[in-house]
Every structure is written in C-alpha cells, then in structure tokens.
Write a protein that binds this ligand. Structure first.
Ligand code: PEP
Length: 254
C-alpha cells in the first residue's frame, strides 16, 4: 500500500513570518492522518516552518539542492545542510529546467546526492506544450525519468517520489484530465520504472500529478489507483485551499 501524499511547493513566496503563519494554519486545520503532507517553503523560511511543525506529522521539503556536500558554489545549498531540517527535496522542477538550465545530468547528480544523505527526492518530469502537440509526451517523460535515475539501485529507486507535471498545466489554470495523467503515469513513468528496476519497484514508487490542482479537481486525479497524490503550487499558498486538497484526497482514497 502506498500512502497518499500531498506536497505544497511554495516557490518564491512567503517570508519566514508569513510561512510560519501558513504552516500553523495548516497544522491546526489538518483533519486526517491518512494523507502524508509535505510543505516545501523557500530556504529562508525552512527553520521557522520547522519550529511550527515540531511534534506534528507534517513533513518539510526544500525546493532545490546542490549535488556537492560543500565547497565553492556561491548561492547553493547542499544536502548536508538540508538534512538538518527536511525529509524531502523537489528536484528537476520545470521552472528550474526552464529558467536555470538544469539538464538531466545535473538532475541525476542531485537525485543521487539527496539519496546519499537520506533525503527523499520528489523528482519532477513533464512535457512542454510544443512537445505534447508534436506527440512526444511519452518519449519526453520516459527519457527524463530514465536519465534522472541512471545508476540508482532498485532499493534507492523504490523510496523515490515522482511528480508528473505537464509544463503547460503548471500555474495556468489548465489542468490535465485525470485520464491523461493516469495514462502518462501508468505507461511512461511506471513503465520506465519497470524497465529499469522491475515490477516491484514500479509498484512501490509514489507518483503524483502536478499542474493547476485545486480542491475542486483533485478527486479527478486521486480517484485513480496509479496516482498517489499531488504536487501543488498556487493552491498551496492558502491554508483553506491546501487543506481542501488534502481532505478531498483522504476522502477519495478511503
Ligand atoms: C508546481 O509548481 O509544481 C505546480 C504544480 O504549480 P501549480 O499548482 O500552481 O500549477
């Protein structure tokens, strides 16, 4: 049984003070233990949010990590630094691929670095609109998945979380259909995991959908057995909508 997971990616939003208030409201409003909840604030808010979450089941994640443990990498944050605070780290988000030119090799090194220090990667994969329109969705998603996971042992792979996030659905208000997300996840994400690591690993990895998820549309995704939850951007910035997504997930998976 895979535990459902809802992760909130706050992106470059919330000061430490604002983040504390949001985390406190989420903690106070949470009415389920069946869904694992992960908050991913910006680096500067992580210690403050960590303090608010002490003693709760809500987990912390970062939005990025460097692949080296320490050294002359101005502006970067290492997995050694993160593991004092976080259990999870988002790797390969499309905004990092697009604006910061992260490629599959950098993403692979980040995945390995996170695992080396006991952080669980939330690996993001997904096609652009042009790639979808060219009929390349399957190849893009399979290739991104394969390249990010080269060199992992089956045991390491089994602990991963993968988020299928079609780039055209992120922050646009235009979510994929549940049927589309299900097909890509089952065939191209789990299919690639099976090719690389075998059927048991393909069954054990948690796979999320991401892209304009709301309390109104989340059930459309999580009612499907292959979709274990969501990576949520915009709707994770308000306690009410984020809690709505969590509680709808608990209902749909019950
Ligand atoms: C994201 O940033 O990963 C995301 C899915 O954003 P949004 O929910 O705003 O589309």
């Amino acid at each position: 049984m895979r535990q459902p997971l809802i992760a909130g990616n706050w992106k470059m939003n919330k000061t430490a003070t604002e983040g504390q208030a949001l985390a406190r409201a989420i903690r106070e409003g949470l009415q389920t233990q069946t869904v694992e909840v992960v908050l991913c604030p910006p680096f500067t808010a992580i210690p403050a949010v960590h303090a608010v979450l002490q003693g709760s089941s809500i987990r912390l994640g970062a939005q990025n990590v460097h692949w080296e443990d320490a050294g002359a990498f101005t502006g970067e944050i290492s997995p050694v630094m993160l593991k004092e605070w976080c259990q999870y780290v988002i790797i390969g988000h499309s905004e990092r691929r697009q604006y910061f030119h992260e490629d599959d090799e950098m993403i692979r090194r980040k995945v390995l670095a996170a695992l080396r220090h006991g952080l669980i990667p939330i690996l993001c994969v997904g096609e652009t609109l042009a790639q979808r329109e060219a009929g390349e969705t399957g190849t893009v998603v399979a290739t991104q998945t394969r390249r990010a996971l080269e060199g992992l042992s089956p045991e390491q792979a089994a602990g991963l979380v993968i988020a299928y996030e079609p780039v055209w659905a992120i922050g646009t208000g235009r979510a994929a259909t549940g049927a589309d997300a299900e097909e890509v996840i089952q065939r191209w994400v789990r299919g690639t995991l099976e090719e690389l690591f075998g059927p048991e690993v393909a069954r054990r990895v948690r796979v999320l959908y991401g892209g304009s998820v709301t309390p109104e549309n989340i059930a459309e995704f999580v009612c499907r057995p292959t979709i274990d939850g969501a990576l949520v951007g915009g709707a994770s910035l308000k306690a009410e909508t984020f809690l709505g997504i969590i509680h709808e997930t608990a209902r749909a998976k019950a």
